[in-house]
Design a protein around this ligand. Structure first.
Ligand code: GLV
Length: 325
């Protein structure tokens, strides 16, 4: 008998076709996130699930879905999955690293540029018909080229952002739990800095750390105070890495110049303070959202899931211990 799986929300046809060759598929193509109880009910008789970052795979759900053997997240971040709980129950969990590095780095860089050059503000000015003519000192922004970029989190995506920065002749500082290898530092022309030095010296601070208990509110009031009043913060990694209340206060008081944000605490119900501010550029968690990349992510998840359920080793297995238990 084919393994039974659930696809929790809308994905690409190609991914459904692929998993259907190997599995009996129930697919929710309404594109609404299933409520936790509905998700648990649908998963009660399933061997696997292809899910998104909006689906919480936690200990309660796993306790109710005892047939589950594999969880394939269509995301690189997996803070929606309780990995220790999966491992304890012998449930394999996978993510989609690699295929989204470039697109996510592009979006981080788009936020750097858009915030520096005030693109959403000026577009609003045109759309409301306020533009009456060119002026020398109109809408002055700040330069990205030759500025200092501080990258928090020098994993795969952080490194791709550093490569983008080289094209803009930026000085690159980075902070990471572990210093990267000297040849990577050399290739990226990136200098390791302490957290405080990075915050104090950067014109643009870009966050690229995964969300976890350890990175919760990594940037709060104290850290924002260390930044230059002319500096810009970009968060395109995960809500919760920044204390959004503290960020709203810093942006209001001019403690920092601006922020480019793709992710928020409690998204999509973001802090209403952001909507009142002009010095933020806001995006609805679209870091990896290009046609090619989201398709590649869905296909990666599909292949991980099929491998897990047909006796293979999923290429992006997060908890190899689960496979043995
Ligand atoms: C998107 O946010 C991801 O983690 O892939």
């Amino acid at each position: 008998m084919k393994p039974r799986i659930l696809i929790t929300r809308e994905v690409f046809r190609e991914a459904i076709e692929y998993v259907s060759q190997h599995c009996e598929v129930e697919s929710n193509q309404d594109d609404g996130a299933l409520a936790p109880d509905a998700l648990a009910r649908k998963l009660a008789d399933k061997d696997g699930v292809m899910c998104c970052l909006t689906d919480r795979i936690d200990a309660d759900l796993l306790a109710r879905c005892t047939k589950l053997k594999a969880v394939a997240n269509i995301a690189v971040g997996y803070n929606n999955i309780d990995l220790p709980a999966c491992t304890a129950r012998g449930v394999m969990a996978t993510n989609t690293p690699g295929v989204l590095d470039d697109s996510t780095a592009d979006l981080a860089f788009a936020l750097v540029l858009a915030t520096a050059r005030r693109l959403t503000e000026v577009e609003g000015y045109i759309r409301t018909g306020e533009w009456t003519g060119w002026r020398l000192k109109q809408w002055l922004g700040v330069d990205v080229h030759h500025a200092t970029l501080g990258i928090f989190g020098m994993g795969r995506i952080g490194q791709v952002i550093a490569r983008r920065a080289a094209g803009f002749d930026m000085k690159v500082l980075y902070h990471n739990r572990k210093r990267v290898a000297p040849e990577i530092e050399r290739r990226l022309n990136a200098t390791f800095a302490t957290k405080d030095a990075l915050l104090g010296q950067s014109d643009f601070v870009v966050l690229q750390v995964p969300y976890s208990k350890e990175t919760h509110h990594l940037i709060g009031a104290a850290e924002l105070k260390l930044m230059k009043p002319t500096a810009i913060l970009v968060n395109s990694t995960r809500g919760g890495v920044v204390d959004d209340g503290a960020l709203v206060a810093a942006l209001k008081s001019g403690a920092i110049r601006g922020a480019g944000l793709d992710v928020f605490e409690n998204e999509p119900r973001l802090n209403p303070g952001f909507l009142e501010l002009k010095n933020v550029v806001l995006a609805p968690h679209i870091g990896s959202s290009t046609e090619a990349t989201r398709l590649a992510m869905a296909m990666t998840a599909a292949k991980n899931l099929v491998a897990a359920l047909t006796g293979g080793v999923p290429p992006n297995l997060l908890n190899p211990e689960a496979r043995q238990s």
